[in-house]
Design a protein around this ligand. Structure first.
Ligand code: NA7
Length: 538
């Protein structure tokens, strides 16, 4: 690849920055680099922009953070001009938005589509990264910025005979662009996390019969999605900066309106009233009804009991209702947000296959064997999730100082400083990496926070003539311990979930995200204000 930006020219390298991934993070990072006059290129596996919103185009795919918050705020004209149509945006609308952003800021010519980064190694002599793509190309760059997403490395369980299945088979995270015709067919969905819960009601409407293969029941609350009221949108836009600032002061960077009271101080009537209000309002704010739902098992149980009661009210067959009812903490495994999920099981053409009574044994050419007998199927949808937060980084063969691979470095779990920097891997930044608020926050402002921080850091290096920045082992160790300490103050780590990596066999059990967006921002700003404490600059 010969495209040379003016800034990298004469330094013997192809780019100042190579960015991997053209989703929310990669696009804004590219814009940031270009605006600073740096030469930058994005490598993207897909043939379009969008990241998560490019790949997850299954029926029912929708964001569960409100549209007015799940959008960029770096450009006032953009946020004023773009009109969202629904309270929660569909995958298609978010993809259109990202395509608009790409063209509006002239990013497309700097993105190399259909190109997967397969390996990257740090050259200690030049201080550059050598980046290899799967088409055999190699480029050099001072900075390597992994904008590879938190939930992008698909997890497909190894089930015997899957390859021999003769019907249509698709992962929700890699949905065929022309869709799948399910009309009148026998369709199976494996998995009941957010993706399974979104796709199942949509498939049920079209399919002849739908079989939902459930290993663990999940808690879900209604989205109460609706068209976005024009007056409401206008009112928010009139004070967008304040609205955004207010959101950033909340734990997740989202305006849930955290309840001030403790669930443990509330009597039965107040609990019911508050939870019902949140249920009717819809969305993830349900678990913000009281301030301590993630502090103690007892407090959490009040919310879980409310949803358990709802499930038994909604699902008419008591046996099915019980099978759908989780007897776990709520929200410690990602809370799902749905559009009629539980009610779907009242349909004649929908069957819940409870895998706790008999696991999936294998695929045949014509279906799935469960508990010794075959469920004949024409279509199987794998809603089996992702190797979250670390998967996309570890699937690239990244070698740092001394040829040490990231896989070796993270063999006992990810270690980062501030979620984006890794000791031994200079000039590499992971946007919303493990140890950052990422998936426990509104990802768009979290992305903007990281991108702005990296942009400021690179500007600082240029100004002071530094070529290389690297987190110190001590700073990294302290951060890793802090992330874990904060997590263990809550009840989050008590449940098995992709937050702790337990969905992927063999993955070390480590609580991956950092809890607390405002604290994270404060810490990152302090590090920068004090001249990049915890880093070596040379
Ligand atoms: P999730 O939330 O990881 O859900 C995956 C589901 O797939 C979950 O119900 C799993 O059951 C199930 N699963 C995984 N492997 C198997 C096998 N072998 N057999 C049966 N069932 C299996 O992924 P999603 O894509 O739904 O959501 C990911 C995030 O994306 C979501 O939280 C939002 O933040 C956006 P398990 O619970 O492990 O028993």
């Amino acid at each position: 690849m010969s495209e040379q930006g003016h800034s990298a020219e004469g330094r013997g390298r192809d780019f100042d920055a190579v960015i991997v991934g053209a989703g929310f993070a990669g696009l804004y990072m590219l814009h940031k680099m270009k605006s600073a006059g740096l030469s930058a290129c994005v490598f993207e596996t897909g043939d379009g922009v969008g990241g998560t919103w490019y790949w997850n185009s299954y029926p029912g795919a929708r964001c569960d953070v409100p549209s007015m918050e799940y959008s960029y705020q770096f450009d006032e004209d953009l946020q004023q001009e773009w009109e969202w149509t629904e309270r929660y945006s569909s995958q298609g609308e978010i993809l259109s938005y990202l395509e608009h952003v790409t063209d509006r800021f002239g990013l497309r010519p700097h993105i190399r589509f259909n190109t997967k980064v397969s390996a990257a190694s740090f050259n200690e002599e030049s201080g550059d990264w050598a980046i290899e793509t799967d088409d055999g190309d190699q480029v050099s760059s001072q900075f390597l910025i992994m904008a590879t997403g938190c939930l992008s490395a698909r997890f497909t369980p190894e089930i015997e005979g899957m390859d021999s299945f003769e019907g249509a088979l698709a992962h929700t995270g890699n949905w065929p662009k022309d869709g799948i015709d399910v009309a009148g067919k026998r369709v199976g969905v494996i998995g009941t996390g957010s993706s399974g819960i979104q796709v199942a009601p949509m498939l049920a409407r079209e399919a002849g019969e739908l079989f939902v293969f459930q290993r663990s029941p999940a808690f879900s609350v209604p989205s109460q999605n609706k068209p976005l009221d024009a007056a409401e949108q206008k009112a928010i836009k009139a004070r967008y900066a304040d609205f955004r600032a207010e959101a950033k002061r909340s734990r997740a960077g989202i305006l849930y309106g955290l309840g001030e009271g403790s669930a443990l101080d509330a009597d039965a009537a107040l609990l019911k009233e508050e939870f019902e209000k949140r249920w009717q309002a819809g969305g993830l704010g349900f678990t913000a009804a009281f301030h301590d739902l993630f502090d103690t098992v007892e407090a959490n149980g009040t919310a879980a009991d409310f949803v358990r009661d709802k499930i038994s009210e909604i699902v008419k067959d008591p046996e099915v209702a019980e099978a759908l009812t989780p007897h776990t903490l709520i929200g410690c495994k990602r809370l799902c947000v749905d559009a009629g999920y539980y009610d779907t099981f009242n349909r004649e053409n929908v069957t819940l296959v409870d895998l706790r009574k008999g696991a999936i044994e294998r695929f045949t050419g014509t279906g799935i064997i469960v508990g010794g007998s075959e469920v004949p199927l024409d279509v199987v949808v794998l809603a089996t999730g992702f190797d979250a937060l670390t998967g996309a980084l570890l699937r690239v063969d990244i070698k740092g100082r001394g040829g040490v691979t990231l896989k070796e470095k993270w063999s006992e779990g990810p270690k980062t400083y501030l979620g984006h920097s890794i000791s031994g891997f200079p000039n590499l930044f992971a946007i919303t990496g493990p140890g950052s608020p990422s998936v426990l926050s509104n990802l768009v402002p979290s992305i903007e926070q990281d991108v702005d921080w990296v942009g400021r850091c690179i500007a600082h290096m240029r100004e002071h003539g530094h070529q290389v920045i690297e987190a110190t082992p001590d700073a990294e160790e302290e951060w890793v311990a802090h992330v874990s300490e904060v997590a263990h103050r809550s009840i989050y780590p008590l449940e098995d979930s992709w937050y702790v990596g337990s969905n992927v066999p063999g993955k070390p059990r480590v609580f991956l995200p950092y809890i607390g967006f405002p604290d994270f921002v404060e810490r990152c700003n302090k590090v920068a204000d004090q001249g990049y404490t915890g880093y070596g600059l040379s």
